[in-house]
Design a protein around this ligand. Structure first.
Ligand SMILES: NC(=O)c1ccc[n+]([C@@H]2O[C@H](COP(=O)([O-])OP(=O)(O)OC[C@H]3O[C@@H](n4cnc5c(N)ncnc54)[C@H](O)[C@@H]3O)[C@@H](O)[C@H]2O)c1
Ligand SMILES: O=P(O)(O)OC[C@H](O)CO
Length: 331
């Protein structure tokens, strides 16, 4: 069976939705993007730009924006780039829920602890589901810089068709059938990026950052394996690759949030009135709950939760992490 994937739609006009629309349009394809904010719709249609979420870059004239989800009803597949905590509400409003959905949010739903594929399967039971995740700062991707990413889909043929449709000279998807693994890598790395930002903000040094990336990856792996992920997915682009990226740069909103915490600014202040998303802040407490439920030890994630909740100082969480009982590195 060949799949028709001519008309692609993008749901979400933030930085990553806009960058994905730019990727799709880069071979001359028309793409329709749904944005929640009327000013984003107007800026894309009238000025071919998105000064709110992806400033500076001129966008392709092939991108057309709409504020009405019904306009996407004749799309053959939808790239869904709504932040994790809003995915369920937006998918519930989709006029058509049987076309492939390519999920791009990196997070776990608060309250329900559902992964994004579980949210989508509940909202759109007939839709083939894929996850697109990896080390991909939106401004670099939109600017055409070389990028590799994981495209995970349980149905190998659907995954291949989507990857063929989305690949571009500078944008290379790697295929996987491990949807859960790709999702867990993206969700957990955001929380660990906050921790690395704390290390930077508090001036704890580069040894501490490397230790945190390495021990954070051990936490990601323990949790992922407990949830049925494959080790090679966690060590791939959507896991370790994205962890390294976001733990190394203030281009990461999660890292920047952590940097503020490390400088002593309360989370309430850092998160107040922001328009851009730092997914790790919402995912951290729900990830910690899910880990406890699965009997998985995630001390760095617990430390991030304590800092976000204002329940501990940086000095105290660092001292606690270093004073834990000695253990085997692989345990
Ligand atoms: N920015 C990146 O470089 C990047 C790269 C890969 C993946 N992602 C992931 O993509 C997802 C979207 O991030 P982004 O960077 O595009 O967002 P962003 O921070 O640029 O913009 C915030 C987005 O949230 C939306 N939003 C706010 N309130 C909403 C509501 N009530 N209902 C629905 N939508 C609402 C806004 O419309 C906007 O699209 C996140 O899960 C993020 O982790 C981002
Ligand atoms: O800015 P962040 O921290 O949301 O990271 C963006 C992407 O997830 C990087 O792959």
């Amino acid at each position: 069976m060949t799949m028709t994937l001519d008309r692609l739609g993008v749901i979400g006009g933030g930085a990553w939705g806009t960058a994905m629309a730019q990727v799709i349009a880069s071979d001359g394809s028309d793409v329709l993007l749904w944005a929640r904010e009327p000013e984003v719709v107007a800026a894309i249609n009238e000025g071919h730009s998105n000064p709110i979420f992806l400033p500076v870059l001129p966008l392709s004239e092939r991108i057309r924006a709409t504020g009405d989800l019904a306009d996407l009803s004749d799309c053959d597949a939808l790239v869904v780039v709504v932040p994790a905590q809003f995915l369920g509400a937006v998918l519930a409003q989709l006029p058509r829920r049987d076309v492939p959905l390519v999920l791009c949010a990196k997070g776990i739903e608060a309250g329900t602890r559902r992964l994004m594929s579980e949210v989508a399967a509940d909202a759109a039971p007939g839709a083939p589901i894929a996850v697109l995740s990896g080390p991909t700062f939106a401004h670099e991707v939109a600017g055409g810089r070389p990028t590799a990413i994981t495209l995970a889909c349980a149905d190998e043929a659907v995954g291949l068709a989507l990857a063929e449709r989305l690949r571009r000279p500078g944008f290379r998807p790697y295929l996987s059938q491990d949807v859960v693994g790709a999702e867990i890598g993206g969700a957990v790395k955001n929380v660990l990026a906050i921790a690395c930002g704390v290390v930077e903000g508090a001036g704890l040094g580069q040894n501490a950052r490397a230790a945190l990336i390495s021990r954070g990856f051990a936490e990601m792996t323990r949790f992922g394996l407990a949830r049925g992920a494959r080790a090679e997915t966690l060590a791939g682009l959507s896991g370790l690759g994205d962890l390294v990226l976001t733990c190394s740069s203030t281009s990461s909103r999660n890292f920047s949030l952590g940097k503020g915490l490390g400088e002593g600014v309360p989370a309430t202040e850092l998160l107040r009135d922001r328009r851009t998303v730092a997914e790790g802040a919402a995912t951290a407490p729900v990830l910690a709950e899910a880990a406890r439920e699965a009997g998985v030890d995630m001390p760095i994630v617990d430390a991030v939760c304590a800092l976000l909740a204002g329940e501990a100082t940086v000095d105290a969480v660092v001292a606690d992490l270093l004073a834990r009982p000695l253990k085997q590195e692989g345990a």
